[in-house]
Design a protein around this ligand. Structure first.
Ligand code: NIG
Ligand code: FE
Length: 413
C-alpha cells in the first residue's frame, strides 16, 4: 500500500477531537504551513511535521496555497425522487404557502406520484447527476432518505436505488427510511391508519432487508409537524423503528414550535432537523442531550422563512450540524457555498463553527465515528480548497473553492 503525503498546505483544518458542542465548535484544530497529512490507502496514518511525513511516505501531493480539510458531510437530503416541482416553486414566488400547496394535494404527494411512476433505472440516473454535484462541492458523505414511495413496494424501490448507488458511486451514502414523510393519497386524511400501516407492514419489510444488510436503512425519520404526523404518531413509528435497530431522527419544529426538539431529545434521536421555530426550552433540552441540532438554512431561504436560532443553539451548548435538505419541493439546492454564506452572514455562526457543523458534527448526526476529522485512524476523506485560509469561504461568498476531493483514499477529482 502506498503512503501519500499531502504537503505545503497553508492551513490544515484537522477538526481534531471530532464532534463537539457549543463554543468549542470554534476550536477546529488548524495546523499552519509546515505540517502534513499522510494517508495509507483508505485511512490517515500520520498528522504532523512535514519532515517526518516526507520520511515515512512513498509519494507526495503538493497543496501549496490551499487549505486541506475533512470532506464535507451532507447529513440530510431527499436526493432520490421522480419528477420536479418547478410549478410549485413559481406558485410560491407568487405568494402561495408551502403547507397550503401540500394540503391541497401538491407538495410531497406530487413527488410521490411521480416517484411511483419512475423506474429504478431512471431514478438512479437522475440521482447520479445530483451526487456528482455534491462531490463537486466537496461532499464525501451524503445521507439520503426514502419517503417519496409511501407504500411497501415504492419505499423499497427508493431504498434499492440508494443501495445500488452506494455500490457504484465514489461518494459514501447513508440511508434513512422515511415512510413517515406524508400520508399518501390513498389514505385520504386518515393519518392514524397510515401510521398503523407503517408499523405493521412497511417497517417489518424494511427490517427484513436490514437483517441481511444493516446499511440498507440505518435511520428512521418522521416529519413531525401540525397536519403531518403528531407527537403520538411520531413516537409510535420511531419506537417501532428502534425495535428493528433503526436509529431515530426527526424533522422537528419546522413550521411552528410544537416542542418537537424536546421530544427528539427525550426519544434519544440521533438528530433533530430544521428547528426553525425551536424556542428556549427546546434549545435547553437539546443542549442537555446527545441529539445533534441539524440546521437546514437553504430550506429556510427557499421558503422565505426566518432562519433557525443557530447563534442561540451554539451559545446554549448544542451540538449543531448544517445540511442541505436537497429535495424537489422545499429546497432544490445542495449548494455548499450558499449554505456557508447563509450560515455565516445571516445566522451569525463563525466560519469555524460552520465548518465544524459541516464535518465533525455532521458525522455525529449520522452516527459515524470514522470521519469528520483529520486524525490518525480516520478515513482518508480529504478536501483541498483553492484558498489561502478558511475565512475566504465566507468572504468570497458563493464561490466554490473545492479543488480536489479524496474519498476513502481515492482521488475523485
Ligand atoms: O425536509 N419537511 C419535510 N420534508 C422535506 C420537504 C420535501 C418536499 O417538499 O418534497 C423537507 O423540507
Ligand atoms: Fe428534509
Amino acid at each position: 500500500m502506498s503512503k501519500i503525503a499531502y504537503l505545503n498546505a497553508s492551513q490544515i483544518v484537522t477538526m481534531r477531537g471530532g464532534a463537539r458542542k457549543g463554543l468549542a465548535m470554534n476550536d477546529i484544530g488548524i495546523l499552519p504551513k509546515g505540517n502534513a497529512i499522510v494517508t495509507d490507502g483508505e485511512r490517515i496514518c500520520f498528522v504532523g511535521q512535514q519532515e517526518e511525513a516526507l520520511r515515512i511516505s512513498d509519494s507526495t501531493v503538493d497543496c501549496t496555497d490551499c487549505v486541506l480539510m475533512p470532506a464535507f458531510i451532507d447529513s440530510h437530503t431527499h436526493l432520490v425522487f421522480g419528477g420536479y416541482r418547478e410549478n410549485e416553486f413559481n406558485m410560491r414566488l407568487n405568494g402561495a404557502d408551502y403547507m397550503e400547496i401540500m394540503q391541497s394535494g401538491g407538495g410531497i404527494n406530487a413527488t410521490v406520484r411521480a416517484t411511483r411512476a419512475t423506474s429504478e433505472a431512471e431514478l438512479s440516473a437522475k440521482s447520479r447527476k445530483l451526487l456528482c454535484e455534491c462531490m463537486r462541492y466537496g461532499v464525501g458523505t451524503v445521507e439520503i432518505k426514502s419517503g417519496y414511495g409511501l407504500d411497501c413496494d415504492n419505499e423499497i424501490k427508493q431504498l434499492d436505488v440508494i443501495e445500488s448507488l452506494r455500490k457504484t458511486e465514489d461518494i459514501s451514502i447513508v440511508s434513512t427510511f422515511m415512510g413517515a414523510h406524508a400520508t399518501p393519497d390513498e389514505y385520504g386524511k386518515n393519518v392514524d391508519a397510515y401510521a398503523e400501516f407503517l408499523v405493521e407492514c412497511v417497517l417489518p419489510r424494511i427490517a427484513s432487508r436490514c437483517a441481511d444488510n444493516p446499511r440498507y436503512a440505518e435511520f428512521c425519520d418522521v416529519f413531525c409537524e401540525k397536519g403531518v404526523f403528531s407527537h403520538e404518531q411520531t413516537i409510535k413509528i420511531l419506537e417501532c423503528g428502534k425495535q428493528y435497530g433503526l436509529k431515530p431522527k426527526m424533522h422537528a419544529d419546522e413550521m411552528m414550535d410544537m416542542s418537537s426538539a424536546a421530544l427528539a431529545a427525550k426519544l434519544g434521536c440521533v438528530s433533530a432537523d430544521h428547528l426553525l421555530h425551536t424556542g428556549a426550552e427546546g434549545i435547553e433540552a437539546l443542549s442537555r442531550s446527545d441529539t445533534v441540532a441539524t440546521l437546514l438554512p437553504l430550506t429556510a431561504f427557499s421558503l422565505c422563512e426566518s432562519f433557525a436560532n443557530a447563534r442561540g443553539m451554539v451559545d446554549g451548548g448544542c451540538c449543531v450540524a448544517l445540511a442541505s435538505d436537497l429535495n424537489p419541493g422545499s429546497c432544490f439546492s445542495n449548494s455548499i457555498p450558499l449554505l456557508i454564506a447563509l450560515s455565516t452572514i445571516y445566522m451569525k455562526l463563525t466560519v469555524n463553527e460552520t465548518l465544524c457543523a459541516l464535518t465533525a458534527n455532521a458525522a455525529k448526526a449520522l452516527n459515524l465515528s470514522d470521519r469528520g476529522s483529520l486524525e490518525v485512524g480516520k478515513r482518508a476523506d480529504l478536501l483541498l480548497l483553492d484558498c489561502d485560509n478558511v475565512n475566504f469561504l465566507s468572504y468570497h461568498f458563493g464561490n466554490n473553492f473545492a479543488k480536489s476531493l479524496i474519498i476513502g483514499g481515492k482521488k475523485v477529482y
